[in-house]
Design a protein around this ligand. Structure first.
Ligand code: GDP
Ligand code: IMO
Ligand code: MG
Length: 439
């Protein structure tokens, strides 16, 4: 039986999905993305090289693996080639033989970026704090049946008429808010030449992935963003515009749900968030200095936008919700080493709202802003764990912290990450993840 495993961020993103996908990719034939676009920033360290992947799956670092940009993605062709060119300069093979772009994926074009800016300006204090990459407007066009799919763009007449209509509509909104309008001809010319360059990469990836699954090849599906940024299950409206959760993997690749054999949750030992929106365990006010310490130790600055990430304690209540929605069958716990300096570590085990303990993760952002986290405090270990590769080499307090998180989330830990590099990893052999890697 083929192995098809999905890797999902359990929090608000940047949990270390890139490192884990790069690490696991060696054992898989194909690595596929299924949603999002270049709003993602996945950092991967291999020896003295570092790569930041935005659109291209993190499996690209391994020779001979096929990388798929699935139908659920939104792809800015300009960003694709900027990324591809940089990776090629760094010595990676980004060729049509190795990288396939779904003919059903949607394009992000310059008017989407302009509309993202306009939308954020219009929202003022209620802005989402998007990456301004045009992600939301491209998904709006997709749902509104105005979008331009990669395959449509290959037909010049279709491309021209859709660009004419979409640029005209976008210009009306841009003009109303005092922005810089776009020129139809310029957008068409630029897009045509980019699509011409993209043509050799375009494929029916749904067919490719299903055939691979039938033939018993293994597929690692790489999530971007994370559970709490999911457009349905996340902290709406402070979310991204795609289904980041495990169900999205089926939609965004065309692989039927029953083909997926495992869901690996990537869980960071603390929490971060970039952009606006509620964050119950954020280290602010009296804890701001601690937040700054974590930010510096964990190098918590956005890989896409360079924005400082907001830092907070581990939120077991939110992560339990993530485990449920995604059906995590195993968890990779990342960035243990970042907590090495702390005397005490707090973990949020529940939320109180208006004096009552909540049973479910609240649906309304306003409620989430008002919840009071209930904390349990664990002792720190104050010893370096960076680079440790065996569970029994960890200090006892670190092992207690890991066991506590696992019990709180209700899922076994398959891997603990103790640094950004591949080798800085503890693999729990006696776990579903260990079994997938063996098999
Ligand atoms: P992603 O978006 O989920 O792929 O995560 P990012 O790459 O945006 O952010 C995670 C950052 O943490 C990257 O710079 C990783 O290299 C780094 N990282 C991953 N795992 C660890 C770890 O265990 N320890 C430390 N110190 N850094 C890590
Ligand atoms: P990775 O894959 C963290 C956030 C933005 C904003 C919201 C909507 O690296 O974990 P968008 O541009 O998607 O419309 O912005 O989502 N966001 C991320 N935050 N990591 C990411 O990706 C993110 N991608 C989007 O900051 O709050
Ligand atoms: Mg990231």
């Amino acid at each position: 039986m083929s192995h098809i495993i999905v890797v999902i961020g359990a929090q608000w993103g940047d949990e270390g999905k890139g490192k884990i996908v790069d690490l696991l990719a060696e054992r898989f034939d194909i690595v596929a993305r299924y949603q999002g676009g270049h709003n993602a920033g996945h950092s991967v360290y291999v020896g003295d090289q570092s790569y930041v992947l935005h659109l291209i799956p993190s499996g690209i670092t391994h020779r001979g693996k096929t990388c798929v940009l699935g139908n659920g993605m939104v792809i800015d062709p300009k960003a694709f080639f900027q990324e591809a060119d940089r990776l090629i300069e760094q010595g990676l093979e980004v060729t049509p033989e190795r990288v396939m772009v779904s003919s059903r994926a949607h394009l992000i074009l310059p008017y989407h970026r302009a509309l993202d800016h306009t939308s954020e300006e219009r929202l003022g204090n209620e802005r989402v704090g998007t990456t301004l990459r045009g992600i939301g407007p491209a998904y709006e066009d997709k749902a509104g049946r105005r979008g331009i799919r990669v395959a449509d763009a290959l037909v010049s007449d279709v491309l021209r008429s859709r660009i004419e209509r979409n640029v005209e509509d976008a210009n009306r909104i841009i003009l109303a808010y005092g922005g810089q309008t776009l020129d139809v001809e310029q957008v068409f010319e630029e897009t045509s030449s980019l699509v011409e360059r993209l043509a050799p990469f375009i494929a029916d990836t749904t067919h490719f992935l299903n055939r691979a699954a039938r033939e018993g090849r293994s597929i690692l599906i790489e999530g971007a963003q994370a559970t709490l940024l999911d457009v349905d299950h996340g902290t709406y409206p402070f979310v991204t515009s795609s289904n980041t959760t495990a169900g999205g993997a089926s939609i965004g690749t065309g692989l039927a749900p029953h083909r997926i054999n495992g869901v690996l949750g990537i869980v960071r030992t603390y929490t971060t968030r970039v952009g606006e929106g509620p964050f119950p365990t954020e280290m602010i006010a009296g804890e701001a200095e601690l937040g700054q310490l974590i930010r510096e130790r964990g190098r918590e600055y956005g890989a896409s936008t360079g924005r400082p990430r907001r830092c907070g304690w581990f939120d077991a209540f939110a992560t339990r919700y993530a485990a449920e929605i995604n059906g995590f069958t195993s968890v990779a716990l990342t960035k243990l080493d970042v907590l090495d300096a702390l005397d005490e570590i707090k973990v949020c085990i529940g939320y109180n709202l208006d004096g009552r303990s909540l049973e479910y993760f609240p649906a309304v952002a306003q409620d989430l802003r008002r919840v009071e986290p209930v904390y349990e405090t664990l002792s720190g270990w104050k010893t370096l764990t960076e680079g440790i590769t065996q569970m029994d080499a960890l200090p006892a307090a670190a092992r207690r912290y890991i066991d506590f998180l696992s019990a709180q989330i209700g899922v076994g830990i398959g891997l603990v990450s103790t640094g950004p590099e591949r080798a800085q990893t503890i693999l729990v052999h006696d776990s579903p993840l260990g079994a997938w890697l063996k098999g």
